[in-house]
Design a protein around this ligand. Structure first.
Ligand SMILES: Nc1ncnc2c1ncn2[C@@H]1O[C@H](COP(=O)(O)OP(=O)(O)OP(=O)(O)O)[C@@H](O)[C@H]1O
Ligand SMILES: [Mg+2]
Length: 379
């Protein structure tokens, strides 16, 4: 991956009647990266992909590929290929014929087709399967045929719309890794659409989070998780427990924010998302929040944790490497904490409904606006 932009999207909007499927979206996709478009259903992911592929025209804005205007180009004139959700392959053609099809249509010489088909099948580890028909393959192998069919055309950009959603959970995990390896091997820029945050986090070099047609944040998976710009992003990329800010004052560089449940919390300047705040804007528009892996839960009162909440032990879910412990609170939704299996077992012995303390350090909290695009924080 380089820092060079292969695709530049500038203030791109798409209206269907009055609905803004995309609302002034701007970002770059870098050459050689796996870029994911992530967001809830209806946020505009497929619309953006269709605009990239040329099957949809934007209402306004710019779209550049390698610095050149892409919008006037018809789909078949763009060096871009798309892999659809359904992974369509021709059932009556052999694997080899399926992969060769696109090149034949382009009128490429037979000898070259043969070499390129062989190379593509090798890339997806199907070199032994060229003579088979699709029905003689497993689901995962058929996916790879569909990938070989587009890779053989050597596109500048490969678009994948929910590429793994048709697979069962186990195969999906295996194909995630395969996709990453394949992309590394071929070096083609991938743009993947998904509404599954764990898939985006596992596969992508960078992720754009969209909601209701608006861009919320573009960042690496770890930046999104650790430094989300707002409560929407923080919640979309993982579990987070939020407490509404009801008052705020400043102490030197730190903020002291009041919450109903936790009382006053001193938030270090470093925890303030993007340093965007005006003190008077915090109340009613922001939360302080903590992720489950930072919450400790004990049957005895902690000696000196900074934030402490008294609750009752709820359900304990064993998850293999660790357990998720529920802490039931009066007057608000439960918290969840990640605990070692040994700690979870000890808590389990004290019984469902027994008194427990949830506690954590303020250094692990984030102060987040509910919507950073309202606060003008999205670049
Ligand atoms: N051809 C169309 N005509 C009218 N409205 C459309 C059209 N295509 C999409 N939309 C609307 O635009 C918005 C974005 O749709 P889009 O298909 O891009 O969502 P998505 O993020 O891909 O969702 P999903 O995860 O469900 O696939 C939705 O409100 C949708 O109803
Ligand atoms: Mg879609």
């Amino acid at each position: 991956m380089t820092d060079k932009a292969i695709v530049s999207i500038r203030e791109l909007s798409k209206y269907f009647g009055r609905v803004a499927a995309l609302n002034e979206v701007s970002f770059d996709i870098k050459a050689g990266e796996i870029f994911a478009l992530l967001g809830p259903s209806g946020c505009g992911k497929s619309t953006l992909l269709r605009i990239l592929s040329g099957f949809e025209t934007p209402s306004s804005g710019e779209l550049l590929l390698d610095g050149k205007d892409l919008i006037p180009l018809k789909p078949n004139k763009r060096p871009i290929n798309m892999v659809f959700q359904s992974y369509a392959v021709f059932p009556h053609m052999s694997v080899e014929e399926n992969v060769a099809y696109g090149l034949k249509v382009e009128g490429i010489a037979k000898a070259e087709i043969k070499t390129r088909v062989a190379q593509s099948l090798k890339q997806v580890h199907l070199d032994e399967f060229g003579a088979r028909k699709p029905h003689q393959l497993s689901g995962g192998q058929r996916q790879r045929v569909a990938l070989a069919r587009v890779l053989v055309k050597k596109p500048r950009l490969l678009l994948l719309d929910e590429p793994l959603s048709a697979l069962d959970a186990k195969l999906r995990d295996a194909m995630r890794l395969e996709l990453v390896k394949l992309q590394e091997a071929v070096g083609i820029t991938f743009v993947i659409v998904t509404h599954d945050q764990s898939e985006a986090m596992a596969i992508a070099d960078r992720i754009a989070v969209l909601n209701e047609g608006r861009l919320r944040q573009v960042a690496t998976p770890s930046q999104l998780y650790q430094r989300p710009v707002d409560a929407f992003v923080a919640d979309f990329v993982g579990t987070i427990h939020s407490f509404a800010v009801v008052s705020s004052t400043q102490q030197g560089k730190d903020f002291v924010v009041g919450t109903q449940e936790l009382g006053n919390i001193t938030v270090p300047a470093a925890a303030v998302a993007h340093g965007i705040y005006q003190l008077d804007e915090l109340v009613g528009n922001s939360v302080v929040a903590v992720r489950p892996e930072h919450i400790n839960v004990t049957a005895t009162q902690p000696a000196n944790s900074e934030v402490t909440l008294l609750g009752k032990l709820g359900d304990i879910a064993f998850q293999g490497q660790h357990s998720v412990v529920e802490i039931m609170l009066d007057n608000r939704p439960s918290l969840t904490a990640i605990a070692s299996n040994a700690d979870a077992q000890a808590l389990h012995e004290s019984g469902h409904g027994s008194t427990v303390w949830a506690h954590w350090d303020t250094a692990n909290m984030l102060l987040l606006p509910n919507d950073a695009s309202d606060a003008g924080a999205v670049e």
